[in-house]
Design a protein around this ligand. Sequence first.
Ligand code: MLT
Length: 264
Amino acid sequence: MARNIEIQLSFIDTRPEITLVLIHGFPLNSMMWWPQINGLDRIARVIAPDLRGFGRSEPGNVKPSIRQYAEDIKHLLDQLNIQEPVILCGLSMGGYVALEFYRRFPKRVRGLILTATRASADTLEKKVDRDKSIEIITKNGVEAIAKPLPASLLSNHHYNRNDELLLTLSEIMENVSDEGAIDALAAMRDRPDSTPDLEKIAVPTLIIHGLDDKIITVKEARIMDELIPNCRLEFLPKAGHLCNMEEPAAWNLLVTNWIQEQIV
Ligand code: MLT
């Protein structure tokens, strides 16, 4: 209802009151969220940024960190004049950013969706892998690490039969610069462990994980679920790491139901 001097006018405003911010994984960009931009726009205002150095976002002058990515998102929300708390969703690297954002700006968040992600920091072995990937990109360009990635990003089910998704994925991965990828690998390598903060999460949280995720184990999803107080854990049987793209209808339904039950 809008109050003017004489009467209260009733009106329909199609712009939903809930804002859903979707943070992409590595080495992707906002385009990985097309099934959500199209499928969740009736339940929420959907905002999907490209992190600096990815997609159409500039790399900027400072070397990014996970903290910097989180600050960039806060600045974006400020610029858009969105002061009301949002639902923050991150896939994999995007989840690392979402946890950092929540740590720094908890009042700006009304719900968290953590998908195909983990709370722990890189192990020593993983840090060595990151450095190797940085070396490969420096010598041969980002294509050298991007080309073999789909086999680990997708479940066997989708890798073996979803040619359309494979094509989309390779198109999306063409939009990261060598510099953007190197910076993100260093940012992930140096990120802190978020596990001690999980029990302090005071907003409803939804975890969605593909049962055939070859990058982040089901066990890591379960650990987050055990430690976050108000948490729901859902598995998608046929999905791998890119579960929102592999099983979009099921992923969107889980989110829609959770928003209706926990947030609205
Ligand atoms: C991602 O999908 O964002 C990455 O695989 C995360 C990581 O390498 O830790």
